[in-house]
Design a protein around this ligand. Structure first.
Ligand code: NAP
Length: 291
């Protein structure tokens, strides 16, 4: 089975190529080879490759940048998702479209988790554009899996783990926000589940797929430093509020997603996020050892 993957040079795209099962041929494309906002180019790529399914991992992911460039972000995250869905509909093939917890407003009280049917309400431009993508896919193609995930990190991408480790190498004291709660998700854990969905074809619709359990960014940082052997140690880690960061885009305060539907469909869901982090820490060491 040949599967066309868009956004293949991105963080999730890399993990998808890395974990592609041997019975699937992964054809990776990115904006330099297939700009998904270009409907003609998308049609030509489909004609050339005759894929049996498509995974859309391409997106405009600069959350703060979206606030001042919403129309550019909407073209990629919204309209282009519709272009891919229409092309899949013409070709009679399914689309797995990757979305985000940022479609929710984050006001669910603890210890609640959002299910796939909970009302959406994005609080940022990024969230609005990703929601537009979901809507475009649903309108054009019943044969879709929309997979919402969150707090992604993985090899070959700018991510929170690498930022924390870099900052810890530069400073003795660090403050990290503790008023946003979510589930850290390794792309290396997520990607195999996306391949399973394409191969095993659970019922079409929307699914949440994240690392198991939840924490604040501060809790995530603490575990990163513990696993890196920096805590306990000379590093001092303290908490701060999101308002102190003064970022252009507001973030949902609590956007923990329930994996229950995925578990019912595939008989399995990602393990605890702490284990995903352990796996990532060994991967980054292996990559470092090779370079
Ligand atoms: N990162 C997270 O924390 C997170 C959380 C929840 C959901 N997600 C979703 O997960 C998916 C993958 O995210 P990621 O973190 O892997 O993002 P990423 O590293 O930014 O990868 C996205 C890729 O898409 C490419 N792209 C941008 N515009 C394109 C276009 N017009 N045509 C084709 N490709 C284009 C980007 O190229 P350039 O780099 O050249 O722009 C990049 O290679 C996205 O749908 C994202 O919304 C991410």
């Amino acid at each position: 089975m040949r599967v066309l993957v868009t956004g293949a040079s991105g963080m999730l795209g890399f993990a998808l190529a890395d974990s592609c099962p041997s019975n699937i041929e992964c054809v990776g494309t990115d904006v330099d080879t297939l700009d998904i906002t270009d409907a003609v180019a998308v049609g030509e790529a489909f004609a050339r490759q005759s894929p049996a399914a498509v995974i859309n991992a391409a997106a405009y992911t600069d959350v703060d940048g979206c606030e001042s460039h919403e129309s550019e972000a909407l073209a990629v995250n919204g309209a282009a998702a519709g272009v891919l869905a229409a092309a899949c509909s013409d070709a009679g093939i399914p689309l797995l479209h990757v979305s985000t917890d940022y479609v929710f407003d984050g006001t669910i009280p603890a210890p609640g988790e959002y299910s796939e049917v909970d009302p959406v309400g994005p609080v940022s431009a990024y969230g609005r554009t990703k929601l537009a993508g979901e809507t475009a896919v649903r309108e054009r193609l019943p044969e879709h899996w929309i997979v919402r995930t969150q707090w992604l990190y993985g090899c070959h991408g700018k991510n929170f783990v690498e930022t924390m480790l870099r900052l810890a190498s530069e400073r003795d004291e660090l403050a990290v926000v503790d008023d946003q709660v979510g589930s850290p998700t390794s792309t290396h854990v997520l990607a195999p589940f996306l391949w399973r969905m394409v191969a095993e074809r659970p019922a079409f619709g929307t699914y949440h797929v994240t690392g198991g359990g939840a924490c604040s960014w501060h809790g995530f940082a603490e575990e990163i430093f513990r696993q890196a052997g920096l805590l306990p140690g000379s590093l001092t880690l303290s908490t701060m509020g999101s308002d102190q960061l003064d970022r252009p885009a507001p973030r949902p305060a609590r956007s923990v997603l329930s994996n229950a539907k995925l578990r019912a469909a595939l008989g399995e869901a990602p393990g605890p996020w702490v284990e995903g982090l352990q796996d990532y820490m060994s991967r980054r060491q292996a990559v470092g050892a090779r370079t």
